[in-house]
Design a protein around this ligand. Structure first.
Ligand SMILES: [Ca+2]
Ligand SMILES: [Ca+2]
Ligand SMILES: [Ca+2]
Length: 342
C-alpha cells in the first residue's frame, strides 16, 4: 500500500515537472522480513519510474527478542545472515537502476540497533565489534567461503483464542454481549514489567469485535511517538497465512487510551471507543471482515499488545498475547490464532 502510494506520488511529481532525480530506499531488514519476493516487487515498481535508486541504511537485525542476553551471535544466525546478504545482493545486481548500496554503519558494536528502541544485543553489519570480517562480509566478497546455508527455527508461542458469536455496542464498556467471551491474557513481556491486559473477541456476520481491558496505574500519552503512549495494539491476519511481510489482509490497529489511532498495513474501516475504568482503561473495536467469510471454524491470525509509559514520556514496558518477537508490526508469522466458534 505504502509502495503504491509512493510510486503514484513520484509519478505525479514527475508529470508536473518537479525535478525528482532519484529514489532512496531504506533497508532496515531482518532475517525474515521482507521476503526476497517482496523486495523484488518493490524494486520492479520503483524501477518502472525510470529513476536511479539508492539503497540506503542497509542493515539486517539478527535479534527480534528484546529480552535476549548474549555476548556473541549464535553461529547459525551468522551463517543464515551471510546467505541472505548474498541473495539480496544477487537481487540488487539484476537492476541497472540500483546505483548504490549504503550500509547503516560499519561495526556491529556501534549499530543503532543495539540501543534503539531499547538496549539489546544485535549483529546487523559486515564487521563484528572488533572489526573482524564476518561471514556476511565474505558473502559479498567471496561467497565460496561460506559454510552451507541453514534453516533457522524460530521461537514461537502457539496460542489459540476463541471468539464466540455476538454483536456488542462499541462504546468502550464491557456490555452484556461480552459476558461469556473467553479472556486472552496480554502478559508476555517483551520489555519491562508494567501494564498488562485481558483481551476478548466476538464475531457476527460482518465483523470481528475486540475488547481489551488494560490494568494501568499512570496514564500517559506524553511521547510524540504513538507506540510509546499507553496503548493497545490489535493485529489481524485475516487469511491467517503467516506471511513474513504484511499483505493486503494484514493490519496493526493501535489505539491509545484516548482513542487516538495509528496503524501499519491495511486497516479496515473500523469503529473504536475507549473508556477509563477504575483500574485503567478499555479499548473496544469493530473491524469489518474483508477477505475471509466469517463462520464457525474460521481461524484468523491474531495478536494483542499492551504498551505502557510509566509517566516518563517513553515506553517502559510492553507485553503481547502470543508473538514472542517485536516484529508483529510488519511480520505476521508469529501471530497466535483466533478461532471463530458459535
Ligand atoms: Ca461495549
Ligand atoms: Ca495475511
Ligand atoms: Ca502507563
Amino acid at each position: 500500500v505504502k509502495r503504491d502510494t509512493l510510486c503514484a506520488l513520484i509519478k505525479k511529481l514527475l508529470d508536473k515537472g518537479v525535478p525528482v532525480q532519484g529514489i532512496g530506499l531504506q533497508y532496515h531488514i531482518t532475517l525474515e522480513y521482507p521476503s526476497i519476493q517482496d523486495m523484488k516487487d518493490e524494486l520492479d515498481a520503483f524501477s518502472r519510474l525510470g529513476l536511479p535508486i539508492h539503497i540506503t541504511e542497509l542493515d539486517m537485525s539478527l535479534n527480534d527478542d528484546p529480552k535476549l542476553v548474549a555476548d556473541a551471535a549464535p553461529e547459525n544466525l551468522l551463517i543464515r545472515q551471510a546467505h541472505r546478504y548474498e541473495e539480496i545482493f544477487e537481487l540488487f545486481k539484476q537492476y541497472k537502476s540500483v546505483e548504490s548500496v549504503t550500509f547503516w554503519g560499519l561495526l556491529d558494536g556501534r549499530s543503532w540497533l543495539t540501543y534503539s528502541p531499547q538496549k539489546k544485543p544485535d549483529w546487523p553489519l559486515l564487521f563484528d565489534k572488533d572489526l573482524n570480517a564476518k561471514l556476511a562480509y565474505w558473502a559479498l566478497v567471496d561467497p565460496s567461503k561460506l559454510p552451507p546455508d541453514v534453516v533457522i527455527k524460530k521461537k514461537t508461542n502457539n496460542k489459540i483464542g476463541y471468539a464466540k458469536r455476538g454483536s456488542p455496542v462499541v462504546d468502550g464498556e464491557e456490555d452484556e454481549a461480552w459476558r461469556d467471551a473467553e479472556g486472552m491474557k496480554v502478559d508476555y513481556y517483551l520489555a519491562g514489567n508494567g501494564s498488562t491486559g485481558v483481551g476478548k473477541a466476538l464475531w457476527d456476520d460482518g465483523n470481528l469485535y475486540v475488547l481489551v481491558k488494560v490494568k494501568e496505574a499512570t496514564l500517559s500519552s506524553k511521547s510524540k511517538n504513538a507506540y510509546e503512549h499507553d496503548s493497545v495494539e490489535i493485529f489481524v491476519d485475516e487469511r491467517n497465512n503467516k506471511s513474513k511481510s504484511y499483505e493486503d489482509d494484514d493490519a496493526q490497529y493501535r489505539l491509545d487510551y484516548e482513542n487516538q489511532f495509528s496503524f501499519r498495513g491495511n486497516p479496515a474501516a473500523f469503529e473504536s471507543a475507549t473508556k477509563l475504568t477504575g483500574e485503567g482503561y478499555n479499548v473496544e473495536i469493530r473491524i469489518p471482515f474483508r477477505f475471509a467469510k466469517p463462520e464457525s471454524g474460521l481461524a484468523l491470525g491474531f495478536d494483542l499488545q499492551v504498551n505502557d509509559d510509566n509517566g516518563s514520556g517513553a515506553r517502559t514496558s510492553y507485553a503481547k498475547w502470543n508473538d514472542p518477537t517485536n516484529e508483529s508490526f510488519r511480520n505476521t508469522s508469529g501471530f497466535g490464532k483466533l478461532l471463530l466458534i458459535e
